[in-house]
Design a protein around this ligand. Structure first.
Ligand code: XIL
Length: 392
């Protein structure tokens, strides 16, 4: 297409809007279609917005110059600004980060992150207010002396934590993972922690967490967030989560949505066959969740490239196809609007540390490779977004 004065001026106008709007405007400019000289391909944020969806990622704290998935790393920040309309702290809002002990809070890292996000017009989700597993609570909490009236002391500790965090951020945070991973995948039962033992059991603890969050952050979406794999071997976990969600409803506990983490695991090169085999049970689970009136959030999408060859070409293709198939199923649910990736680039993904490949080659779980080059997975996410039914 020819560059005419007319569309040149239109672009200049759009650029001026973008300048006034700051970085979000710039992202919109990148997504402008139609006339004009070829623009940069649209960011995922622009594509998602056009369908009434939001896409985002986790990010981390880091000092300038650190090689991390941090807002202070210009290469990573550029990906966040280009592709994201929503962020979440990978670790910095967890008890382990915020609570050096039972009486003190340390908000310094999370504050720096949310301040940067605010300055760039990027909303932040809260993750999380209670990771209900002993190994993810700070060590002091697991050995804490709850004193002569343990139930009251535990209640005070939990209420104080949630109230302090929610009040500090007020309406800056519109969605919280209030409780994270409370269901044991081995048997579908609820974990116990020192806190829940003192407080009178896991159900009382989780209920209190949600009720406290509703009071302290009345406008926020309150999410129960869990692993929720669609791969074989998760039937007990699904049943346990359904039971928990039914219990919340029966007891009138204010829970708005299920956070489906979506650390998905490829099943081999035949992605079509794998998806066909997984889809039925998975839909039955999601149907049961949404029939109870819960919303859905994809909170932590990444891909463990299992049962795939080391060769990057076929591996990346299978990861992309598997992601596409998964998102197509998920976007079929109108209750889903927000999709967060657990990291934008393979360079900083937690998957390598969690479970290295047996053949020793580096994992490729994210939409950009370790050199920040977009992979087929990014195109698959863009295509799934473009094909998603429009949200009203
Ligand atoms: C992970 C982080 O990515 C790691 O850096 C950290 O060591 C452990 O936690 N489910 C969750 C996330 O809810 O908080 C986890 O994040 C990944 C699994």
């Amino acid at each position: 297409m020819q560059f005419s004065r007319r569309n040149g001026l239109a672009l200049l106008g759009a650029a001026a809007v973008a300048a006034c709007d700051g970085p979000r405007g710039a992202a919109r400019l990148a997504g402008l279609g139609g006339s004009g000289p070829p623009a940069a391909p649209a960011g995922l944020h622009a594509a998602a917005t056009a369908r009434g969806l939001r896409v985002g990622s986790c990010f981390a704290w880091g000092a300038p110059g650190d090689d991390r998935g941090s807002f202070a790393n210009p290469a990573y920040a550029a990906l966040l600004k280009r592709d994201c309309g929503l962020l979440v702290a990978e670790n910095e809002m967890k008890w382990q980060a915020l609570r050096p002990d039972a009486t003190r809070f340390d908000f310094s890292r999370f504050d720096a992150m949310i301040n940067w996000a605010d300055a760039n017009g990027l909303p932040v989700r809260g993750h999380n207010l209670l990771w209900h597993q002993p190994k993810w609570m700070p060590q002091w909490a697991e050995t804490h002396d709850f004193g002569a009236t343990p139930a009251r002391a535990a209640e005070r500790l939990l209420v104080d934590h949630i109230t302090t965090v929610c009040r500090r951020y007020g309406t800056r945070i519109r969605s919280y993972d209030v409780v994270n991973e409370a269901v044991n995948p081995a048997d579908g039962g609820l974990y116990q922690t020192a806190l829940s033992r003192a407080l009178g059991g896991p159900e009382a603890t989780l209920d209190l967490a949600f009720r406290t969050a509703r009071t302290a952050a009345p406008g926020a979406q309150l999410v129960y967030n869990d692993y929720m794999g669609w791969e074989p071997g998760n039937a007990r976990h699904h049943a346990g989560v359904l039971k928990l969600l039914e219990g919340f409803k029966a007891r009138g506990v204010p829970v708005d949505a299920l956070g489906v983490q979506s650390h998905i695991v490829t099943q081999g090169l035949d992605t079509r066959g794998a998806i066909a085999a997984l889809e039925g049970d998975w839909r039955r689970f999601l149907d049961a969740v949404t029939a109870m009136g819960y919303g859905l959030v994809i909170t932590e999408l990444d891909v463990r490239d299992n049962a795939l060859p080391a060769a990057i070409g076929p591996r990346d293709t299978a990861v992309a196809d598997f992601t596409r198939g998964y998102l197509d199923v998920m976007f079929g649910y109108p209750a889903l609007r927000d999709v967060l990736l657990w990291g934008m680039t393979d360079r900083y993904s937690w998957i390598e540390g969690l479970e290295p490949r047996p053949d020793g080659v580096k994992r490729r779980p994210c939409p950009y490779d370790a050199g920040f080059v977009p992979k087929p997975m990014r195109a698959a996410i863009a295509a799934a977004i473009a094909a998603a039914p429009m949200r009203g």
